[in-house]
Design a protein around this ligand. Structure first.
Ligand code: UD1
Length: 418
């Protein structure tokens, strides 16, 4: 079975560059469905999730080619409004094609997305929002039949929770809708702004009115454009954590300084010294981290749930106690049992995890159960004494481009064995 083998305790040193954001690339690929004309999308990471989104686009009839980090997409012709169960199940965020297909073709037939590895991840907010915008939806045999024969109708809607995916679906649908949509309690993640910037460049009329309010004036057509996806803030923070758990000192290029702000207080509490300018950051970690205190995951600009697992590895080797409260997903502590195999002292009760830092972790065979939990195990391997083997790499490969090459370039001893 494919695995990463890590010999830990190597102090990381050097410079690396952050890949493009997965969570921006995916909805922008879905947004291509709305556009008539050529889209040139730079900084698209090489990830299995991006491959799954590209497969959906080509199934829908779009022409796509990749040149390095650039995707060139022509979606002048959309030949079907149906996405098969197999394609939908390759990636949970395939639900974001719903709004795009409805707006472009007035119809979408999709299976409900699978992959429940970090909790229930329902889609009720997406469906409620699409209904509010004039879509009729019925469910039969695990398939959603959605139609908006008169197109998407703009109106004022309020999300019960600032869901990232539901906000993206509303942006996509309403951009080609009729009239004005006012979306309240929208998600404020940087990936939302990136999607809106892309759509605006294609001719959409989107205004951020502050306080989670977005105003979208529907237009009749969107055209192609050339656009660069933002850098991945969670990957950037993960590499910072790699320096932190090894007492390392690294420089990160293409660093999304503003987007990483919500995690900087934790790094600083741990004793890391950080200097950053526009798109570069330097981090120097102490030989032993201090406690990061209490971490409560929240929608942006709060502490990101996607960085909870990597941060827990930092806390596992730090001095003192740290407390984690996971408020976004109900089942996001699957890495805990694996970290414990390596000697971490963690107790969980419901959404709370108490981490008592230990002086050393010891290498072990561990299994990634989800993407960010997998990254947490790689970090633990870097920090541990002896050899760690991380299995189930398919989860890690969904979000981290060439993780072993990036870490090796900083002096880590890490190898992929097939
Ligand atoms: C996106 C990110 C994911 C991140 C998450 C939260 C992508 C591809 N994925 O996922 O990495 O962890 O934001 O920052 O961008 N919910 C409902 N009903 C819905 C939709 C969501 O109850 O219809 C709940 C979810 O179960 C979860 C919470 O809302 O508890 C947040 O989900 P959401 O913001 O929608 O996350 P995703 O868009 O799936």
């Amino acid at each position: 079975m494919e695995k990463l083998t890590i010999c830990g305790k190597k102090r990381l040193n050097g410079t690396l560059s952050v890949q493009g954001s997965k969570n921006s690339t995916l909805p922008i690929i879905a947004a291509a469905v709305l556009c008539e004309g050529e889209i040139i999308l730079h900084n698209c990471p090489h990830l299995t999730d991006v491959g799954a989104a590209v497969n959906i686009l080509s199934h829908l009839g779009c022409k796509i080619r990749r040149e390095g980090d650039t995707l060139i997409i022509d979606s002048t012709n959309i030949e079907t409004s149906e996405i098969s169960e197999k394609l939908m199940h390759e990636m949970r965020s395939s639900i974001v094609f719903l709004g795009a297909l409805l707006a472009r073709t007035g119809k979408a037939v999709l299976s409900t997305p699978g992959g429940c590895e970090i909790g229930l991840r329902p889609i009720d907010l997406h469906l409620r929002a699409m209904r509010d915008l004039g879509t009729a939806i019925s469910e039969e045999g695990g398939k959603l039949f959605c139609t908006a024969p008169d197109g998407i109708r703009g109106r004022e809607i309020t999300l019960a929770f600032p869901s990232v995916g539901a906000t993206e679906n509303v942006l996509l649908a309403a951009s080609l809708g009729k009239g004005r949509t006012i979306l309240n309690n929208a998600a404020r993640e940087p990936e939302i702004k990136n999607l809106a910037d892309f759509l605006t460049l294609c001719g959409a009329k989107i205004y951020f009115a502050g306080e989670g309010k977005i105003i979208i004036d529907g237009v009749k057509k969107l055209h192609g454009c050339e656009f660069r996806v933002i850098s991945d803030r969670i990957v950037a923070a993960t590499y910072m954590a790699a320096a932190a758990v090894t007492g390392g000192e690294i420089d990160i290029l293409n660093f999304p300084v503003n987007d990483v702000t919500p995690v900087l207080p934790q790094f600083e509490a741990c004793g890391c010294k950080i200097v950053s300018d526009e798109n570069r950051m330097h981090i120097k970690a102490p030989s032993r981290l201090k406690s990061m205190g209490t971490v409560r995951t929240m929608p942006y600009p709060g502490f990101p749930t996607d960085f909870q697992a990597p941060a827990m590895t930092m806390a596992s080797v730090a001095e003192g106690t740290a407390i984690f409260i996971e408020t976004i997903f109900e089942s996001r502590y699957k890495h805990v049992s694996e970290l414990k195999k390596m000697g971490a002292n963690i107790t969980t009760q419901g959404t709370v995890a108490v981490v008592q830092g230990v002086k050393r972790l010891t290498g072990a065979k561990v299994y990634a159960e989800d993407l960010r939990g997998g990254a947490a195990l790689v970090l633990a391997g870097l920090a541990a004494e002896g050899k760690t083997e991380v299995y189930n790499l398919k989860h890690i490969d969904r979000g981290y481009e060439k993780i072993e090459e990036k870490l090796s370039s900083l002096g880590a001893e890490i190898e992929r064995e097939v």
